[in-house]
Design a protein around this ligand. Structure first.
Ligand SMILES: CSCCC(=O)C(=O)COP(=O)(O)O
Length: 283
């Protein structure tokens, strides 16, 4: 398996790759590993579940307090205005429960109440849109500062990042989470500051992760051909979108992920951890 991947990587002139943040590196809430016996049981946090089950609810619970306390800051005003616009889109898309917010509304409390009501629904529906993701990033920053939330990552991540850097491979992150949120997570990961390993970050400003155009935009930005890049993700639709942009995609099959279909497994190489691949530049 290793040899096969190396050969494919070596065919390219450069070996860049980026990683789907949520699935491969962030970690999840405090789930106990059920494979362990009670006597040697340890608390294992599964990174992507941490995002879904801890970070997302944290952002919702702290939204009102955060917006109120930071109302006069430019970044808060930008976030609120973006969410007012997003509400219009969501209403057009028939997202149940979203309330319209008039741009003429001047009552601060009414605006905050409506924005927070919508934000709760947007997060519940896992809307991976910039206005929602930007506010989440601002709120999580407070959580990281106070130590209420942490950057959980899979055990193999620091090892892989270090190996790739030693091999001269550039690593980029592409996540629906805002660039700000990505930097918080990797900058304060449980294994320390991993940002020095990362050459660049992309979020939905380049487009949605299931659209081929987004990967073409990234290739333009990093000035690479698709054949110079390997993309890791645990979401098959993202892998197909990257593939259509000429990028080799590899699927991660981590604990807690949705099962991969036979077809997905036939189209893509599937790995359980980054220890299974050795990415290096062509000789
Ligand atoms: C930066 S941590 C939060 C990630 C996030 O908000 C999210 O929705 C995950 O999306 P991804 O595209 O990384 O699967």
């Amino acid at each position: 398996m290793k040899d096969e991947l190396n050969v494919l990587i070596q065919l390219s002139s450069l070996a860049f790759h980026w990683i789907d943040l949520i699935n491969n590196s962030s970690d999840l809430t405090c789930r106990l590993s059920t494979e362990l016996t009670p006597s040697n049981r340890v608390e294992r946090i599964i990174p992507w579940l941490y995002v879904k089950d801890t970070l997302f609810p944290f952002s919702v619970e702290h939204a009102e307090k955060y917006i109120t306390a930071n109302w006069d800051r430019n970044e808060t005003q930008d976030a609120v205005n973006a969410l007012i616009q997003q509400a219009k889109v969501d209403i057009k898309n028939n997202i149940e429960g979203i309330v319209p917010i008039s741009e003429e509304e001047t009552n601060k409390d009414k605006i905050i109440e409506a924005v927070v009501k919508n934000f709760r629904i947007q997060v519940k529906n896992d809307l991976k849109v910039a206005p929602v993701k930007n506010l989440q990033g601002l709120i999580w920053q407070e959580g990281y500062k106070s130590g209420s939330v942490k950057g959980h990552i899979y055990d193999d991540i620091p090892r892989a990042f270090s190996n790739w850097q030693n091999n001269g491979v550039k690593l980029y992150i592409y996540s629906s989470g805002s660039v700000h949120a990505q930097k918080l997570l990797y900058g304060s990961s449980e294994s320390g500051d991993l940002l020095p390993y990362i050459a660049g970050h992309f979020d939905t400003k380049v487009g949605m992760k299931q659209e081929t155009k987004s990967y073409e935009n990234i290739l333009n930005e990093i000035k690479c051909n698709g054949s110079d890049v390997v993309f890791f993700t645990d979401i098959p639709k993202e892998a197909y979108a990257a593939k259509a942009a000429g990028i080799r995609a590899i699927l991660l099959d981590r604990p807690g992920n949705a099962p991969l279909s036979q077809e997905d497994r036939a189209v893509f190489k599937v790995i359980k951890t980054f220890d299974e691949v050795n990415i290096k530049l062509p000789e």
